[in-house]
Write a protein that binds this ligand. Structure first.
Ligand SMILES: Nc1ncnc2c1ncn2[C@@H]1O[C@H](COP(=O)(O)OP(=O)(O)OP(=O)(O)O)[C@@H](O)[C@H]1O
Ligand SMILES: [Mg+2]
Length: 250
């Protein structure tokens, strides 16, 4: 069953069509990667999905209805979460409180909720601890967010996204800027989340994409030039041209 489908989704910046008539369909529970050279329009595509930018034209059908143009808080409530927005971390709060706040913000309505002490919401604390365990930070819940390493902060960002129990998780280069060791950890983590969440992944490391994805869409100058399984993408001549031979033939 498909969870999200974009139809001829387009975003223009003046004369530039950063996202050009992109049609992508993602099945529930799958990991769908979006790859393409720098400037291909991948992040802009995510900005449209999360409501950070309004599309110039086209539709975004999520769970059967068109959500194009819905503002970010509305999108978040529909269950689309994006990781790796560094601004969502509060450096002086504990790791647990950071995740707890994300779980709290996700609740159906703030109205009717008394402003009670955090320990009066045991179910939220339970959820926060659960996702911290999922991302491998279970043992560090009491530390301040600023005290952990760069790689762990990326894990925390992922926990913050997961705290909302998203139906669709968008990951924009989760391993960017990480050391080889931290990258390995992040790849293992994303692999673990695969199947439990529907994921759209933007990633430059082709070997990671090829081994992890159910399907791959390739963007080039705003357009999708190929879509298919990893094996199909690897064979595709146009894709290889776009990457100037960056993907070796199998
Ligand atoms: N707000 C904006 N105003 C004008 N042009 C923009 C804006 N945002 C992005 N662009 C342009 O749109 C194109 C696509 O950018 P985008 O960031 O989506 O690419 P990308 O595929 O994510 O690249 P990278 O792999 O480097 O992250 C680029 O040419 C970029 O300069
Ligand atoms: Mg980008």
């Amino acid at each position: 069953m498909r969870l999200i489908r974009t139809e001829s989704l387009t975003k223009s910046f003046g004369a530039l069509r950063a996202v050009n008539a992109v049609t992508i369909e993602v099945a529930e529970g799958s990991l769908h990667s979006v790859i393409g050279p720098n400037g291909a329009g991948k992040t802009t595509f995510f900005n449209l999905l999360t409501g950070q930018q309004a599309p110039t034209s086209g539709r975004i059908i999520f769970d059967g209805r068109d959500i194009a143009g819905t503002p970010p808080h509305g999108i978040a409530h529909l269950g689309i979460a994006r990781s790796f927005q560094r601004t969502s971390i509060f450096p002086t709060l504990s790791i647990l409180d950071n995740v707890w706040l994300a779980a709290f913000a996700r609740q159906e309505s703030w109205r009717g909720l008394a402003w009670r002490r955090a320990d009066r919401y045991p179910e939220l604390t339970r959820r926060a601890l659960e996702v911290l365990g999922e991302v491998g930070l279970g043992g560090k819940a009491g530390l301040q967010a600023r005290e952990i390493s760069h790689g762990e902060q990326r894990q925390l960002e992922l926990a913050i996204a997961l705290a909302a129990d998203p139906r669709l998780l968008l990951l924009d280069e989760p391993a960017a800027g990480l050391s080889p060791d931290e990258t390995r950890k992040m790849v293992t983590l994303v692999r673990k989340l695969k199947g439990r969440y529907t994921i759209i992944l933007i990633e430059h490391k082709i070997d990671v994409v090829m081994t992890m994805s159910d399907r791959i869409s390739v963007m080039h100058f705003g357009s999708v030039i190929a879509e298919g399984t990893p094996a199909e993408i690897q064979r595709n001549a146009e894709v290889r041209r776009a990457y100037l031979g960056g993907i070796p033939a199998s």
